[in-house]
Design a protein around this ligand. Structure first.
Ligand code: ZN
Length: 214
């Protein structure tokens, strides 16, 4: 690693063309990682071309691993099959950081480098819930947090958690929590005043599941 010239780690036009063209001739000569997904690939990987500004170049797979990137499920840049469990971990992390955007099984499969069918089956087998259920749970949990700790309107919260269709959001919220968003907010505030506003303004994202549920 010490001998690595910095030049070899730059995204030259040649490297970029190799990535965009899935050029197998470059396999082994460098690897590229995508900062947004934390996944790294061989140049020939058939996954969709990343945004150029998110690309990082590595001379070998070990360097990419050391920089905390994970091998792509599809092109297996370390030569080993990525265990399903790790892949599902990647998918889960992607959902956790992108649930507020529009997510489909197809877009998720594209981002996480697999087929939608395989992704669906593997996720369900390992997590015990479907991708759709997991996305919904994540959105509703975040919405609960926002209802409890902000005074934003329900429609705003719905949109903020990736559900711009407010009536669908309200239906799903009730289905998963047994309360409407407004009821939930009132309930939480009643709880809080009993507890002396212990949680007031105290919670940051990251402790989404912190509030006690009935
Ligand atoms: Zn790949």
């Amino acid at each position: 690693m010490e001998t690595a010239g910095t030049n070899s780690e730059q995204l030259t036009d040649e490297k970029w063309q190799a990535i965009v063209g899935n050029d197998t001739a470059f396999d082994g000569s460098f690897f590229y990682a995508v900062k947004t997904t934390r996944i790294f690939c061989r140049p020939s990987c058939k996954s969709k071309p990343p945004n150029k500004e998110n690309v990082r170049i590595f001379e070998n797979a070990q360097q990419a691993l050391s920089a905390k990137f994970r091998p792509c499920k599809r092109c297996k840049p370390t030569g080993q099959r990525l265990p399903d469990r790790e892949w599902v971990e990647q998918i889960t992390q992607y959902i956790d950081t992108h649930f507020c955007e529009r997510l489909t099984l197809e877009s998720l499969a594209e981002e996480c480098h697999g087929s939608p069918y395989h992704l669906h089956r593997t996720f369900k087998r390992i997590k015990g819930v479907t991708v759709v259920e997991y996305v919904q749970q994540t959105r509703i949990e975040t919405a609960k947090e926002m209802l409890a700790h902000t005074d934003q309107q329900v429609a705003k919260i719905a949109a903020a958690v990736g559900m711009p269709n407010t009536s669908y959001f309200m239906t799903l919220f009730k289905k998963l929590t047994g309360r409407t968003p407004t009821e939930y907010r009132q309930f939480h505030h009643k709880q809080s005043s009993v507890e002396g506003f212990i949680h007031e303004n105290g919670e940051e994202a990251g402790s989404v599941l912190d509030i006690a549920e009935p």
